[in-house]
Write a protein that binds this ligand. Sequence first.
Ligand code: NAD
Length: 422
Amino acid sequence: MSLQHSLYDSPVFQMACRQFDLAADAINMADAMRDRTKYPRRCVAVALPIKRDDGRISVFEGYRVQHNMSTGPSKGGIRIHQDVTIGEVAALAMWMSWKCSLVGLPYGGAKGGIVVNPLDLSFAELERLSRRYMQEMISIVGPHKDIPAPDVGSNEQVMAWMMDTYSNHVGHVEPAVVTGKPISLGGSAGRREATGEGVAYLVRAYLQDLKIPISDATIVIQGFGNVGSAVAMALHRWGARIIGISDYTGGFYNPKGINPKKAIDYIAYARCLKDFHEGEEITNEQLLELPCTVLAPCALERVITEKNAGRINCRLLAEGANGPTTNEADKILEQRTEIEVIPDVLCNSGGVIVSYFEWLQNLQCYYWEKEEVFQKLHTMLDKAKDSVDYQMRKMKFSRRLAALTLGIQRVAEAKQKRGLFP
Ligand code: NAD
């Protein structure tokens, strides 16, 4: 297959494909396995007409890309964002495949998208759009087919509407069709903060490896949404100092420390960080170059590029977001041996791990306490970290290449053993 003629062709899809090619070369993957492991299995694009509060009808575009279903039902979030494209959704679906495989979950990878700025919709309009999206996807999703979850712009409430729409269609309550639901509808204890908690847990573990006491660590976080705010809360609780935070409106820098709870409370009523003023106002570009112990990009893709990779000034780069570092920036970071990278497929895997726990609890109708959820999460993260670091040392790979090769290899092996169809 040729990338130029692919429906998915876009900078972020090219980036994910290039990562795949590098990993496939590094493990000498047979040519016959490459394209079928790399390209998404299928995609669906839909028109989503909804009635606006003023009576007008608006039509939005929605996507679902199912990248790999050879290792189990596919799994992946739904992004609601004005700039989301099918190519971006395909790249995110690929990364879900490698991530689930790396941490040993019985899932393939998928992702969804709806092209709209959710802040431009009222609560009622968002409900109609979420329900309509699920209605259009009913034939391809399900607890044993494909299980959506939240991503940028979607949340527990969106998952509740989607679960309700699906349940009404099948005629019985089916909580296992989506994860990231409210606890009252079968959500898991700890799922809301799981991605950020996992990022923070790995940051703490790598700081320990580097012999840096967490109380000496300064943290800068780009993106203060579901992931970024939970990273901040956990690291703050463990004694680190959060010195920079940002969202799409810009950022704030305070060397004395920012209380993340204050920022969360502020966003709860202002909807963004604009005019937060708990420090010096800075741009997102400036924020990424602040001197700090840990830089955690937790917003969108491709923010660390060949332009700023030489200037980022941290000891640990913790990729809470998917795909924050371009391939060109990666080459620069590989030369900068003073910076350790926790690559996205490992770093933010806590989200899908606890989504898996939620799905298990739904299927068993047996619910766990938060302590049990986090204890199991930590065990899986420790195991994934150890296997990535072992692969890195054994093969003399970068940590990203180590993580990607482990994830990709398992998917390729499953496809090879099953035959050509899956
Ligand atoms: P979210 O919508 O809750 O938060 C996104 C944050 O990024 C917001 O604060 C937003 O203002 C900010 N942002 C958006 N555009 C920005 C820009 N141009 N510059 C700076 N900040 C910007 O989304 P989320 O769920 O926290 O997801 C963030 C990242 O984490 C995404 O890459 C997502 O794919 C990844 N991720 C999320 C989960 C999850 O469970 N939600 C799991 C794994 C990975």
